[in-house]
Design a protein around this ligand. Structure first.
Ligand SMILES: NC(=O)c1ccc[n+]([C@@H]2O[C@H](COP(=O)([O-])OP(=O)(O)OC[C@H]3O[C@@H](n4cnc5c(N)ncnc54)[C@H](OP(=O)(O)O)[C@@H]3O)[C@@H](O)[C@H]2O)c1
Length: 357
């Protein structure tokens, strides 16, 4: 316990579901990798920055969560505010999709101590109230998300459709084509959070960059943009069609790690995620944020933080992210596979991929 600088005791009678080695038996209901949630019996879930959890148990009837690397900033409008200490995790390893600030409603918290010294509540002891907050996970997670800058290379059917969904979700987008002057009307329609530029502009602008061009354009783009995309998360929507992409389609589909593996090999420093390739753009347009089970978007990639970001952006666009696995599993959702262009919900896709995997 000595090496745990910050310990939060949650109010009784809450009890924590313990999480071991970051592998949670709990259903993951929000963004973040397994092990990110403290989930209370009444259904309340609190998102925690996983890489900072060092200790969690339900000793003495309290949920207690210890952190290395979070700093308690104070209380603000009934919420306790904690920020991540960036020195402990290099900036480039922090997920850009998530806030580095955690806010907890003070009614959930009994005490906060730093190095064994209580720092909250100050003065008189806080009378802990049961966890009866009506806050849902969606409420909590939406408070944690932050606006991102998204470069979209390819302003066609998919690029323009997702640009609108992300602008509506509060993100900033820069759309690119070989003729950015033709995108003026589109970005005016999208509003102040949208702009147009060259592919290089969009690659430089984005924290995340979506490549959504015909697959045959990828080798030329790699030659021009691979250095600018080094270290960046790239969402690749492309599909290989011989009719359109000729021999390159054959090469890409024949690659051992599928067409996304073929593309990723040309952008070696990028954090590649195969995303948004299975759903017809009209479906994206009309089914975003629908009530009930949302349309599922399969995702595959080798970088967990990049997948986490892709999943958060999928949710922001109004769909249900389904993380299938490493990039090579992208072969399971290419054209002519069972999930392709079916509009299946996330729930249906999970069943399908579980059966396949
Ligand atoms: N349409 C769908 O419903 C759908 C669904 C899932 C996946 N996909 C896949 O997603 C990708 C994009 O599809 P889409 O239907 O949106 O395509 P699209 O409507 O034909 O648009 C392609 C865009 O890419 C740009 N582009 C083409 N070559 C380029 C290059 N060398 N450099 C920069 N920009 C270039 C085009 O603009 P300029 O010509 O002005 O440069 C255009 O804005 C494809 O691989 C497709 O198979 C499509």
């Amino acid at each position: 316990m000595d090496d745990i600088p910050l310990l939060i005791d949650f109010a009784t009678p809450s009890s924590i579901f313990r999480e071991h080695n970051r592998v949670s038996p709990l259903r993951i209901i929000g963004n973040g990798p397994p092990g990110t949630f403290v989930r209370f019996p009444n259904g309340l879930s609190v998102s925690l920055p996983t890489d900072q959890i060092v200790f969690a148990d339900d000793e003495g009837g309290h949920a207690r969560v210890g952190f290395g690397g979070m700093q308690f900033i104070g209380s603000e409008e009934g919420q306790l505010v904690f920020v991540r200490v960036r020195e402990l995790v290099p900036e480039d390893q922090l997920s850009p999709a998530r806030s580095h600030t955690m806010r907890l409603d003070s009614q959930w918290v009994a005490t906060v101590s730093v190095d064994g010294r209580p720092v909250w509540p100050g003065g008189s002891r806080h009378s802990s109230s049961p966890c009866t907050s009506a806050d849902t996970w969606e409420d909590i997670s939406s408070k944690q998300e932050v606006a991102m800058r998204i470069g979209i290379i390819g302003a066609g059917m998919i690029g323009a459709t997702l640009a609108k969904l992300w602008v509506d979700a509060g993100h900033e987008v820069r759309l690119a084509s070989r003729h950015p002057e033709n995108l003026k009307e589109l970005v005016e329609r999208l509003g102040a959070r949208a702009s147009a530029g060259t592919p290089t502009d969009a690659a430089t602008f984005g924290d995340v960059v979506m490549l959504t061009v015909p697959l045959k354009a990828l080798p030329d783009l790699a030659r021009d943009l691979a250095p600018a995309l080094d270290g960046k998360i790239v969402l690749d929507t492309s599909n290989a069609y011989e009719r359109r992409d000729g021999d390159l389609a054959t090469q890409a589909s024949g690659h051992a790690r599928g067409s996304a593996g073929w593309a990723a090999a040309m952008f070696r420093g990028s954090r590649w995620v195969k995303a948004f390739n299975t759903v017809y753009f009209k479906t994206l347009e009309t089914e975003a944020h629908r009530k009930g089970d949302r349309v599922g978007i399969p995702l595959a990639g080798d970088d967990p933080a990049a997948l986490e970001t892709a999943a958060a952006l999928t949710r922001d666009a109004g769909f249900d992210p389904v993380v299938v696995g490493p990039l090579e599993r992208g072969t399971e959702f290419e054209p002519d596979t069972p999930p392709y262009n079916t509009g299946k919900s996330g729930r249906e896709l999970r069943t399908l991929f579980a059966a396949a995997g």
